[in-house]
Design a protein around this ligand. Sequence first.
Ligand SMILES: *Cc1c(COP(=O)(O)O)cnc(C)c1O
Length: 421
Amino acid sequence: MKNETKCLHSGYTPENGGPRVMPIYQSTTFKFNSSDEIGEVFNDPTKAHIYTRFTNPTVDVVEKKIAELEGGVAAMCTSSGQMASLMAILNLCSSGDSFVSSSSIYGGTVNLFAYTLKKLNIECIFVDVDSTEEEISAAIKPNTKAIFGETLTNPSLQVLDIEKFAKVAHKNNIPLIVDNTFPTPILCRPIEWGADIVIHSTSKYMDGHALQVGGVIVDSGKFDFTNGKFPEFTEPDESYHGTVYTRDYSFAPYIIKARMQLMRDFGAYPSGHSGFLLNLGLETLALRMERYCKNAQTVAEHLEKTGKFVNVNYPGLKSNKYYNLAQKYMPDGQSGVIALTLKGNKQTAVKFIDGLKLASNEVHVADIRTCVLHPASSTHRQLTEEQLVNCGINPAMVRFSVGLENVDDIIDDIDNSLKNL
Ligand SMILES: *Cc1c(COP(=O)(O)O)cnc(C)c1O
């Protein structure tokens, strides 16, 4: 099936006389006829659902759908994108280990990697997104267990050269994890370019309607965890009656281990109702992505001509530094997000945003409704103008997330605000 069809049909096929729409299993638990049968499910938790702290039939449908969309073998939903990033790393790294990450990643992920994981004695070594193979390789140490990057970065819209990062990872026998939140599998499927694990904040385009925070981890099933670097995958798990993940679950050892260890112990799992809402978003994902891209391309081309911006940063513009990489990895479009830097200062950006009537000023991105945010007065508020420039956030930069309104209305709104500057 093609992606448009998978969005609608993957994961759930009604039985004869069964509900056409995937039902909501809003239940913490599941009833069995005998203790022996419960015992059997404990022996092999992939056989049935036991408890909604780590599996649920409605969420299971969504996991199968996202795995198919990404071209992976299995997926696990999490309560947020942050939790997906955390578990993706913790499933590979223990205290004393390190991993390498592109420094061009979402700000929340930077905090998690640079500060919180450091407290757990897991070191993140940052490399520039434009690093050469040699520069990435130089950051790898004997205790390095993974490489991490973001396909299209929030909010700086830099494009990760997935093949290059995958090559270095595989030369060193470690997996590449890619955060594919902005493109979604409709615009880019990192596994086809060599990524081993894909994660998402489903709060953005996948949910699409700003209804709920969520995340997901997808296992490509391709990485060989028996290469000697990952004893937790090849030696008996004392906490799970001696399970050996690569032996007992060779089809998807990464995601089964994440579920049986991390999700069992941390319990950051969505409810059945959450799975239902996420599925509603996924059903229209392919259609929505097409329109976000078309609208954003039109808006970006228009804004470039106004002369009011130092920079209209959208990888679909020929003038963009990442145009060629974007054409390679996301030929059908580069999402709805544009980073705009106005001619002027912080106050110019604030005035521009406050003058918008249709676009809403909020801490969100990738919604069906056009929304806008000024990083310098919100997410990066504590920094001085000098510090802002040092970390790549221009004080006059505005993150503009183009929605599904008629593009003429979006452009009118912007033009009206620009007139009053
Ligand atoms: C929002 C975001 C996250 C974090 O996701 P939450 O669902 O907010 O926890 C991670 N990565 C990217 C690229 C994001 O945009």
